[in-house]
Design a binder for this molecule. Sequence first.
Ligand code: G6P
Ligand code: MG
Length: 218
Amino acid sequence: MRGFIFDLDGVIVDTAHFHFLAWKKTAEELGLELTIEMNEQLKGVSRIDSLKKILGWAGKEIDQATFDKLTTEKNADYLAYVEKMTENDILPGVEPFIREIKSKGYPVALGSASKNAPKILEKIGLLSLFDTIVDGNSVKKAKPDPEVFLIASKNINIPQEECVVFEDSEAGVTAANAAHMISIGIGSPDNLGHADHVFENFTEFSTEFIVNLEPKVK
Ligand code: G6P
Ligand code: MG
């Protein structure tokens, strides 16, 4: 494998928990208690689609102005958590892994649904490690659509079947599989069972293991 694409939230940093806390508050305003199980279905999903799902669960319909107000408030709450982040919030093993991949001369891409991705990477000091950043500002179709990963593979000039995607979300693993890329789930097999391999974190496998994986489609 020659191209390496990383999701951000829940793979490089534990912002997944901050998204959960912020959406939990929005859900409460709509009379819904957001559970951990529901939150799994929000991971990797764009801001707009996340609120649509929450409204569906709450059985509520709101006008566009209220919708915009709720997403704006949610993002402000989320950014208040992000503001306090430092490089100590980088998840175990991921930074050495990316540096080793880069030292072998392979390109590294970010493939995230977040519109806050560059801000977060800057905050944790990893912005300069990425050869391309494909985020919520540059895609039309959100995960589970494969668009974000297909653009990333094009930007790093590596055929999609020679790319590996690291993902913590159900929607993201589905998107990577749809792109015919190797999907590495970071988290639990309970909800990432459709990934090609699942690990708890980046300390559990070597760069050799990943680089030597065979493409699914030749
Ligand atoms: C990531 C997270 C989602 C989040 C989405 C949009 O994929 O896993 O929970 O909703 O990005 O993030 P944003 O920072 O643009 O609201
Ligand atoms: Mg994620």
